[in-house]
Write a protein that binds this ligand. Structure first.
Ligand code: ATP
Ligand code: MG
Length: 776
């Protein structure tokens, strides 16, 4: 043990050696926070703390597994096995199962994924005959999710006029009713959605003091990684559980808080000192992950955020290569650049695929990357997006399996009641739904009693419904004595699913059958593995629990050498020798939706910080001048984040003419309070701007003086900085089109346009609200 402790630096050692009491470690990326947590747990066990008494909450189940493995290396596998370690959702799902009866739920409750939830919401919107264009299911679901994560129950909603008013204002006065219907529907189905796993845990701990006491006594030591991204609901759980012993250790980095849009509350980190008595605060400053260039460049990025804690991050690592910037014409070309760079690096430096990661802002960007990698025969793996378990054919099998465990599960039933087709039509399903609502029973129960209820169904239809019930019940009997593999194999054959797929002889159809085979292989692995665990039998229930909470990132594919593709959000906590951050363009990253408030823009900047700090050795920032978005070829401009990095850390791989910027940094900040000291000119992104631009340039100061200060209460979307003083004849500089002369102005306010003749590219009409023009 001592050997592991001596490998830590002094600052890291202190929180490991403090055994009891509340503590917080605030530190920048790559400074060893996760490592400290790992060693701390091992050391607690070394000091005689029982593994059963330690609870450790991580961001992904993969992170938990890795941590557990490392601890097993130190203290031995048989002890490490007993640690409670996982994501909030997986740990509390487990606890909820054993306490479910208290909340009126069956212990085999189903966990709805977002597809199920969306389907349920869509159904409700339809039943209530609301306009889907106003009540967009995704928006409604996200609103309900916000309620749940803020612990606003249906009752609380109806007691809060402000919330109701807000929904009425956004033309959704019936939001509360939908919320109510959704909660009822989930309850009737014996189902919880992801947010419920936290909400119901809170309910459990508040309503049942004896349950709270039990878990407080069990979890004497609690550790939380990535604490900056906990939401209110998670915060309350941690608070309640740690209240008795106060042995709580949280680690986080305010600069990496990137889930505010999902309700994460950075105040949880800022207020920690107030929440507990005698908190020890530790700071780690030395980064061990990245080169000096990357660490220092990342620091310069964060300097642009106003809201942040004072923090130092430095590294003793070598300078390493500069961050490489690449511009391409299209997203396809961007993909080709990434693929060929990986190809060359592998050849020249004997690197493996697994040493590269491609990070993007939105999942849709993966396509261009995939095309290019495939052409180069570079194996890759996409994390996130549609996970394996959400693919149609897999989800169909899983829905049958869910019914075996919980026949009340309405979303599962709806999905497979007539798939493969067995002559149960929409009218019949509607009649069943009405009856189920009327009798306050599940649809399955109505089907079980179909002979006794008069739904005006013909005898053929009744028989089909009864056959379906009998089939599911026969599966249940088999499931009592068999493992997950046996029952899944049986179900996929007996339901006709596999036969149905075999009818489709296209390559896609074959791929679907292969997917089912892959599912079966996975289950076989799972059941064999489970049988080695104490008390587990590899049952279907055990498997389904695993599946419901599995994220793509969790799959253990360490043996596969592939380039990793994922969104930046998913990359949190990970590290790779070479990292490509692609799509570095305005409106994409920072995202177009994030530019209306400073706090949203700052969150995007933190996201960029997270992306950059994943790189150990080399970071590449790439952007395209045009890309297909929403099916249209759209022009794009380099992201402001590129120029926010101090130029000394950058190396341009492509000529930078069109990168040349001459715009004030306040351009998009007209909505907030404008600090005049921020009125500075962006430096050219190339250290040697092309000659035609340097010639005859006015001094930057002169240009600054010409800028009119912006009124601090300018409404969002207000007219451009310059629309008041721009007149025909002015010479202007546009960041992409270069120099030009204003010929004409037309329109007023937000619609005001300028006709400009550019030196290169000719005459263009630009909407001043969006055009980035400087008068020179
Ligand atoms: P993030 O904020 O990105 O989650 P982190 O603070 O959790 O980062 P770790 O992932 O724990 O940082 O550590 C970053 C890298 O530095 C890891 O590869 C880790 O093994 C290494 N490392 C941490 N501390 C030391 C140390 N004292 N000596 C050598 N290597 C270290
Ligand atoms: Mg970490």
């Amino acid at each position: 043990m001592q050997q592991y402790i001596s490998q830590l630096n002094e600052a890291q050692r202190a929180p490991v050696l403090q055994k009891d009491g509340p503590m917080i470690i605030i530190a920048g990326a790559g400074s060893g926070k996760t490592r400290v947590l790992t060693i701390r747990i091992a050391y607690l066990m070394h000091q005689g703390i029982d593994a059963f008494n330690i609870l450790s909450l991580t961001f992904t189940n993969k992170a938990a597994r890795e941590m557990k493995n490392r601890i097993a290396d130190i203290v031995g596998a048989s002890e490490a096995k007993n640690l409670w370690m996982g994501t909030f959702h997986s740990i509390f799902a487990k606890i909820l199962r054993s306490e479910a009866d208290k909340l009126g739920y069956p212990s085999n409750f189903t966990i709805y994924d977002s597809q199920d939830s969306l389907r349920a919401i869509s159904g409700i919107i339809k039943e209530m005959q609301l306009d889907r264009d106003i009540y967009k299911p995704k928006q409604v679901l996200s609103r309900i999710s916000t309620f749940k994560n803020s612990l606003i129950t249906v009752k609380a909603y109806f007691n809060d006029p402000e919330l109701q008013e807000a929904d009425a204002m956004s033309k959704k006065p019936r939001m509360g009713e939908i919320y109510q219907a959704y909660v009822d529907r989930c309850f009737k189905s014996g189902a919880m959605d992801f947010d419920d796993l936290l909400l119901k845990t809170n309910e459990l701990l508040t309503r049942f003091p004896e349950v709270l006491a039990k878990y407080q006594n069990r979890f004497r030591y609690i550790l939380v990684d990535e604490y900056q991204d906990t939401n209110h609901s998670q915060y309350l759980i941690v608070r309640a559980l740690s209240d008795k012993f106060q042995n709580i250790c949280v680690v986080g980095d305010d600069a990496q808080s990137i889930y505010a849009f999902r309700g994460a509350n950075i105040n949880n980190i800022l207020n920690f000192q107030k929440d507990y008595q005698g908190v020890n605060t530790y700071r780690l400053e030395q980064n061990y992950r990245s080169t000096r260039n990357i660490v220092e460049a990342a620091n310069t990025v964060m300097e642009h955020n106003k809201t942040k804690l004072d923090k130092v991050v430095w590294t003793a690592n070598e300078f390493g290569p500069k961050i490489k910037i690449h511009r391409s014409l299209t997203d396809a070309e961007e993909g080709r650049f990434v693929a060929s760079t990986i190809f060359e690096q592998k050849m020249q430096n004997q690197m493996t695929n697994g040493q590269f990661a491609i990070l993007y802002r939105t999942n849709a960007q993966s396509r261009a990357m995939e095309d290019a990698l495939r052409k180069r025969d570079i194996p890759y793996r996409i994390y996130g997006g549609l996970s394996f378990y959400q693919r149609k054919e897999i989800k169909d099998v899983l829905c049958y399996l869910r019914l075996v465990l919980n026949p009340k599960d309405e979303e599962a039933l709806m999905r497979v009641i007539n798939y493969p087709a067995r002559g149960i039509g929409d009218t019949t399903i509607e009649k069943l739904t009405v009856a189920a609502n009327h009798y306050k029973r599940s649809i399955f129960e109505v089907m079980q009693n179909i002979d006794r209820i008069d739904l005006k169904l013909n005898s053929g239809t009744k028989q089909k419904l009864q056959d379906f019930v009998t089939m599911i019940q026969s599966f249940q009997v088999i499931n009592e004595n068999q493992d997950a593999f046996y029952i899944t194999d049986h179900v996929s054959k007996k339901t006709g699913l596999v036969q149905e797929l075999k009818k489709d002889a296209t390559p896609e159809g074959m791929a679907r059958i292969q997917n089912i085979e892959e599912l079966l292989n996975g289950i076989k692995d799972f059941t064999e593995g489970q049988k080695e665990v104490d008390g587990a039998r590899g049952s279907l229930a055990e498997f389904m629990e695993d599946v419901a909470l599995a994220t793509d990132l969790d799959k253990d594919t360490t043996d596969e050498d592939r380039v990793a593709l994922m969104t930046i959000h998913l990359a949190k906590g990970l590290e790779f020798p070479h990292v490509f951050i692609v799509g570095m363009e305005e409106d994409l990253f920072p995202s177009a939706m994030s530019m209306s408030t400073r706090s949203e823009l700052e969150e995007e900047r933190r996201l960029f910080y997270v992306a950059l700090t994943r790189a150990e050795h080399q970071a590449y920032l790439t952007y395209a001048q045009s890309r297909y978005r929403w099916g249209k070829l759209t022009d794009s401009e380099p992201s402001r984040f590129i120029e926010e990095i101090d130029g000394q850390y950058l190396e341009y791989l492509t000529p930078a003419e069109t990168n040349y910027r001459f715009k004030p940094m306040i351009d998009k900040d007209v909505f907030g309070d404008v600090d005049k000291s921020k009125l500075r000119l962006a430096k050219p992104v190339s250290s040697t701007p092309p000659k035609h631009i340097t010639d005859n340039q006015p001094k930057p100061e002169a240009a600054i003086r010409k800028l009119k200060p912006v009124s601090s209460n300018a409404p969002s979307g207000a007219a451009n900085l310059f629309d008041n003083n721009l007149t025909a004849g002015n010479i202007v500089m546009h960041e992409r089109f270069g120099r030009g002369q204003v010929l004409n102005l037309e329109g007023v306010g937000a619609d005001k346009k300028a006709e400009i003749k550019f030196e290169v590219g000719g005459i263009k009409k630009l909407l001043l609200r969006f055009a980035k023009l400087d008068i020179i």
